[in-house]
Design a protein around this ligand. Structure first.
Ligand SMILES: [Zn+2]
Length: 136
């Protein structure tokens, strides 16, 4: 049985931008979008915002055994990336040499077609990141 694609993926505007949530009360940035700021709760004032497509790897791990549907992509890299506005997200890292996918490496977003049977949230949003060698 095929699961429905995430709502975000159906929205073309969001397909080619990292649209996250900014809290005007405390200044926090979240991705993916949130309905409630975990710091401010009811006092939070949330607004959608286009996030910077650049950041730095905080941690990374190579995946050798994939979820069903991604067998043809193994091995691949998953990384926790902190964007330049301090939002953190989990992403796949592509088009990068294995020894470059490590904490501290600069990365930038790339948008990729996803397969229709994709249903693992972190990958199904349509963005991936790649290392910018000598990145700034
Ligand atoms: Zn807040």
């Amino acid at each position: 049985m095929r699961e429905a694609l995430p709502l975000m993926w159906r929205n073309i505007a969001e397909r080619y931008n990292l649209i996250g949530t900014h809290c005007a009360t405390c200044g926090s940035n979240y991705y993916p979008q949130r309905k409630v700021c975990p710091k401010c709760r009811r006092k939070g004032q949330l607004e959608g915002r286009v996030f910077p497509g650049k950041g730095v790897i905080l941690s990374s791990s190579q995946v050798f055994v994939s979820p069903k549907g991604f067998e043809h992509e193994t091995p691949y890299w998953l990384a926790v990336v902190e964007l330049d506005n301090h939002a953190k997200l989990l992403t796949q890292v592509v088009d990068s040499a294995d020894d470059q996918v490590k904490a501290g490496a600069r990365v930038e977003v790339v948008f990729r077609k996803i397969y229709e049977d994709s249903h693992e949230g972190a990958i199904a949003y349509g963005y991936k990141f790649k290392v910018v060698p000598g990145g700034k």
